[in-house]
Design a protein around this ligand. Structure first.
Ligand code: ADP
Ligand code: MG
Length: 586
């Protein structure tokens, strides 16, 4: 991207200096204004997975703030920009707090609702000029120079649009960016890595609103009049269309989508009345049809075709050699009581999945939890790690009651885990997936990431991720996309990610399932080495031989109940276990 960024920047900046028709400049201004909004939707919808039909309303917030304050109160435009941004942030925080907890189709429906509410508010307020709007917005001035509504403003619009694109590109390739990219895959894994997913949902919602409001501010000075029409729901759908058309996951696709929409919109407004003899907003219908076609034949948008021409490489320059290691937590002394699972219980409706199960684990131990399918092992893991709330009992970590804490808080105490069904971000590289594990050991936020002040910390994080991958024998697969790995390496990658959290206790849910024989042996070697280094492990495993050679103690569950606990030899010798578990397996 960086190779193209400068020539692209230079081209748009020089456009107004060239003897091109004014019409081109006007079109280019529109494209820049649209792209600013579409960029927010790339972040919110494409990357984050939250569909918003209501972005046009935020454009209106920025535009009305600019117009009202300038026309009625003579406020300077730089202040109206600030006020518009503050308003957009405030409204986004309120709407986000209410709607971002919704799931499925409720969120898009909610965006339609508040899109309409803001639209009708703008149209019905006397002091906002009702549907006539506000006229006579002054042009922008810069160092005494009138920027007008053409070539001068073009520079400002495109500085905004390209700066936004650059900041977003930086953001997506960073600690908070990886957290944002994890939102689409569901909250469970991200939260288990110590990430507050709600916080990042609100963050991208606010950023998208700010970009839309900035576009609105520019729009007000471009049109020099503001009325509710450009901020309607129809326009909100059109913005979403631009983002989807360009390629909803790619920053540069937002520009492509905006350009295609603006240019065809213009042609259609001339062409359609000629074709069907009447005028009306028929371009909306055409866009709707095109959208369906795009979603069917190019679900990744038009930018994916451009992306195919470029040499696509996910390889990250290995610039982290010699980076200072990330801080490590003080490890518990061998023998310290780490985990006390005290009669935990979980009911799903009438089903008692975990029935008052209790056991303990001391530092340096490997404890295995075994039992037939459906015995409640994974549910027990979820209770310990806070993924599921307890129906009864308590979990204590180093003497402290952690029952009811969110899983991200428990993760930050040094309890890390893998999942029976691998949870990862398929479109991120192996290295980036493992770097998610180091989230809680690093601190760069959105602003630092956007300004690239996070690079030193990124190097430390990637050095750690590489070291953990090397530890489990995957040093040669750093730059592969995680989704392309076979199941075995995916499981190993999850272990490396869990290790990157610098845990005091590692919970592995069936780590050997789906592994080939030699992979299992390699895994057993890694686990033994971890134990030798003082790591404590709680292990769910189906493969008896795997467990018996490894565990210090074994807890056997059946139908949600603890059947027995003992050394591997004791468990193997028990007739009850044989009947309940081994008997069914062998
Ligand atoms: P194991 O890991 O030992 O195979 P699980 O802990 O996954 O077993 O499941 C224990 C029981 O709880 C099973 O009967 C399963 O169907 C049920 N169960 C697990 N999760 C849920 C859930 N979220 N809702 C309802 N029932 C569940
Ligand atoms: Mg399970």
């Amino acid at each position: 991207m960086s190779r193209w960024a400068f020539p692209a920047f230079a081209a748009v900046m020089l456009l107004p200096a060239l003897p091109v028709p004014d019409f081109w400049i006007t079109q280019s201004n529109y494209i820049g204004l649209y792209a600013l909004v579409a960029l927010g939707l790339v972040l919110l919808t494409g990357v984050g997975g939250f569909t918003s039909f209501g972005q046009a309303a935020f454009v209106g917030v920025g535009a009305y703030a600019a117009a009202f304050l300038a026309v009625k109160m003579g406020v300077s435009p730089w202040i109206t920009l600030l006020v518009g941004q503050v308003l957009a942030v405030g409204i986004a925080l309120v709407l986000g707090a209410i709607t971002l907890r919704m799931s499925g189709h409720y969120l898009p429906l909610a965006t339609i609702c508040w899109g309409l509410v803001l639209y009708y508010t703008m149209g019905n307020m006397d002091w906002l000029g009702k549907y006539d709007g506000l006229l006579g917005v002054p042009t922008l001035h810069f160092f005494g120079q009138d920027l007008g509504t053409g070539r001068g403003l073009h520079v400002v619009i495109w500085v905004f649009a390209l700066a936004a694109a650059l900041l977003l590109t930086h953001l997506l390739d960073s600690r908070p960016g990886r957290a944002i990219r994890s939102l689409k895959s569901g909250a469970t894994m991200a939260e288990a890595m110590g990430i507050s997913t709600l916080r990042y949902k609100i963050t991208i919602f606010v950023i998208a609103a700010m970009l839309a409001a900035a576009s609105g501010w520019l729009f007000a000075h471009f049109q020099r009049t503001v009325n509710p029409t450009p901020f309607s729901l129809a326009k909100g759908i059109e913005y979403l269309f631009m983002a989807v058309l360009g390629g909803v996951g790619s920053v540069w696709g937002a520009f492509l989508g905006s350009a295609v929409v603006r240019l065809t919109e213009d042609q259609l407004q001339v062409l359609l009345p000629k074709l069907i003899g009447t005028s009306g907003n028929f371009e909306t219908i055409v866009f709707g049809i095109v959208l369906v076609v795009v979603l069917k034949y190019a679900p990744d948008g038009l930018w994916s075709f451009v992306g195919r021409w470029r040499k696509s490489s996910t390889t990250r320059v290995r610039d982290w050699a010699g980076a200072e290691p990330l801080p490590k937590r003080a490890k518990p002394a061998a023998g310290e009581r780490l985990l006390d699972v005290d009669q935990v219980r979980k009911q799903f409706g009438g089903l008692v999945a975990v029935n008052d199960v209790g056991f303990t684990l001391d530092a340096g131990e490997i404890v295995a939890l075994i039992g037939p399918n459906g015995a409640g092992k994974s549910t027990t893991f979820n209770l310990i790690t806070g993924v599921l709330p307890l129906s009864g009992g308590a979990v204590r970590w180093r003497g402290q009651d952690i029952s009811g804490r969110p899983s991200r808080a428990i993760a930050r105490l040094g309890v890390s885990r893998t999942f029976q069904h691998v949870k990862m971000i398929p479109e991120m590289t192996v290295l980036e997936n493992v770097a998610l594990g180091g989230y809680g050991r690093t601190s760069s936020g959105v602003l630092r990431a956007m300004l690239r002040l996070d690079r030193a910390e990124e190097k430390r994080l990637f050095a750690e991720a590489e070291a953990q991958l090397a530890r489990i024998g995957m040093a040669d697969r750093l730059h592969e996309l995680a989704g392309n790995l076979a199941l075995g390496p995916q499981r190993l990658m999850e272990i490396a990610r869990a290790l990157a959290t610098d845990p005091a206790l590692l919970l592995l849910d069936e780590p050997a399932a789906g592994l080939r024989h030699h992979e299992k042996q390699a895994l057993a070697g890694v686990l033994r080495q971890l134990k030798a280094e003082g790591m404590s492990l709680l292990l769910v495993e189906h493969d008896m031989d795997f467990v018996m050679g490894l565990a210090d103690r074994v807890v056997v569950m059946e139908f949600g109940t603890k059947l027995m606990e003992g050394t591997p030899a004791e468990v193997q010798a028990s007739p009850a276990v044989r009947a309940a578990y081994l008997g069914t397996e062998h």
